[in-house]
Each structure stands twice: as structure tokens, then as C-alpha cells.
Design a protein around this ligand. Sequence first.
Ligand SMILES: [Cu+2]
Length: 414
Amino acid sequence: MKILKDKVAKLSFVALLITMTAAMFYTPTASAHGEKSQAAFMRMRTIHWFDLNWSKEEVPVNDTMTISGKFFVFSGWPETVDKPEISFLNIGIPGPVFIRAGSWIGGQLVPRSVSLELGETYEFKVLLKARRPGDWHVHTMLNVKGGGPIIGPGKWVTVTGSMGSFVNPVTTLTGETIDLETYNLSNTYFWHAAWYAVGLIWVAYWARKPLFIPRSIAVEAGKADSLITPADKKVTLAFAVGTIAVIAATMASTNEKFPITTPLQAGLLRGIKSIQLPVPTVAVKVEDATYRVPGRAMQMTLTITNNGDSPVRLGEFNTAGVRFLDAAVAQDETGYPDDLLAEEGLTVSDNSAIAPGQSRTVQVTASDAAWEVYRLADLIYDPDSRFAGLLFFYDAAGNRQLVTIDAPLIPTFI
Ligand SMILES: [Cu+2]
């Protein structure tokens, strides 16, 4: 009877082990990146992405595409998020479906973290090389230390072809050309398998003996010493010495085979060049702003003063990557993602041109399902319900001016 119980215990243990191992290898496919679950204030009051361009909507494996545009580091950065003093320009994609062949801010290569200044606008470009076929949502993204990944707008890009043909050749500093995709892969597999086997043998050795309950009983009876035999001690010593010997020997042979190595490069790039946008000649004062929950619309009362020398009209309101346009003034010609574009989402009570020197108070409504779909309306449940965004004004010649706004948002439920 006791033997049977022991067998059952051992079998249960092995089953548990297999289940845990299987769970480690189980990685379900994610269909989104959680962009909508990122707090609305994070998307509205940190990085404002604009003038974005995804160079292609379909790319064959091994071909490249670029994502370029500008981002404004919002001056009213929330207190609860660390400042972007250590940040990294990234791309939000579901795993390595593309490789990042290069990224630039202000024309400077930025393979490392950068220090960004609040209130500055930066121009960026990311070069991607397609790796895995499929439809992928490709987002701009900035990783901020202490702030997390701040995700920007995403567009669907289709990668065609087969992953088997993907190559990633690089020339090392010693002049050798290698394919990073497959370089020394057999070695990686061998060592994973070898150490896994050592681990399994170690577990199997101890699982042969009475397990949890008999051990617990022995310990409680004061017979703990009897659980580990002299043979066990020898085996343990052999495992320890063997592991150290294997590591020492393979490390020596690796050093001999690759005498020149450089560590992975890290560090912080400072003094990244921002772009100087002309000082806006339009001044905007937010008198009040409300969000009407049933209408999925935000209404602002703005006093706009034109201090410039040509008449201007309001063409666009951009917040968290959602663009509300007044079709009569501004249109999108860049193929901006549909779900983030409200082509006629901006209504201005009087959007005739504001003459130089003139000041006018208008009602501006930004309405679109995106408020709910992108869960920006969640802002009204924040303890600090503030919104922020970019207003774009145009004159008759098509010159554009950018004005940022930042104000409390009051919800109405009727
Ligand atoms: Cu996405």
C-alpha cells in the first residue's frame, strides 16, 4: 500500500512538472497592444505625435519601410510621470515582426537612450525591416524611465512573403559577415538542451526518494539527518564540481575562439537637436471645456486672438493621436489610420477667417466615436481631469501654426 502511495505521489509530481514546463512555453497570440488601456492622461499630456507617415502599407519580408514624423514633448507633463530625461525611441509591435534597422531623432542616430526637454518638438525617423508575414499594428512609442512605454498612434501594415527567407547580414568589426538571424543558433539550442537535461537529471535524482509528506514526517520526528545519505552528498558534490568545470572549460574555449569582444553599448545621449517651430502668432485661451458623455463630444469655448499679419482659421484639433478636422479647412493626405481620423469631427461655431488683430470667442466641438473607442473619455474619472492637445491654424496660403492647449475638462452626463 505504501509503495502504491509513493508511486502516486511521484507520478503527480512528474505531472505537475510537465504542466509547469508546458505553461512556460504557452504564449498565446495577442491581437492588440493595450494601447487603449493606457491611461488617457498619459496619451494626452506626455508625447504629442504629429505629421506621422508610415511609408508603406504592405512590405515583403526583407524589405524596409520607415515611420517618420514629429513629436512634441508636452510642457504640462503630469507630475505623476517621470520626466523624459532617460527615454528611448521605440516602435510598438507584437514581438520581432520587424527588426529596427536604425532610428534617428533630429537627424542623429539614436541606438541608445536620449534626454528630451519639455516644451520641445523633435523630428524622428525609424527604419524597419520586415521579418514575419502577417498583419501588424505598427505604433510609434517612446519608453520613458519611470514613466513606462508611452504609445503613439498605430497603423496596420501587412508583411508578405515567408519568414524562412529573412536574412539579417551584418559585418563585424573584424571584417566577418554573419547572418544575425541564424548566427550560432545550433550552439544556442545545444546549450539550452544540455542545461535543461542536467536540471532534469538533478530533479529526477531527488524525485526517486520519498517526497514531501514522508520528508515532512521525518523532519518532525527529528530524523532530518537520515534523509540525506553519504551517497547523496557525493552526487551533489559531483553536480556542483561538474557544473563549474563545464562552465570554466567552455568559457576558456569561447575566449580562445573569439578573442575580441565588445560589451553591449549603453549610455545616454544628451543635446539631441529639437526643431524650432516659428513662434505662434495666434493666442488661444480655453474659457471652459466639457465632455458630454452621451454625445461622445468634447466642447470647448476658446478665445482666439490673431496677432499675426494674415487671417487664420482653425483646421485641426489633435489629442492622443486622434485628429479632429474641419474638412473645409484641413484634409488628410497622408493616409492616416481611419480609426484615429475624424475627417469632419471638428465643428467651430464661426470658422470664418479671423483677421489680423481680431479676437473672437468660439464654441469648438470635437466629436467622434474615438473618444469612447480609444477610451479617452476615461479622463473624466481621473482625480486630475485635465486634457491637452494641439490646435492647428491655417492661413489662406496654407501656412500652418501649432498652438498647444491644456485645461481642466468637466464631464456632463445629460
Ligand atoms: Cu496596436
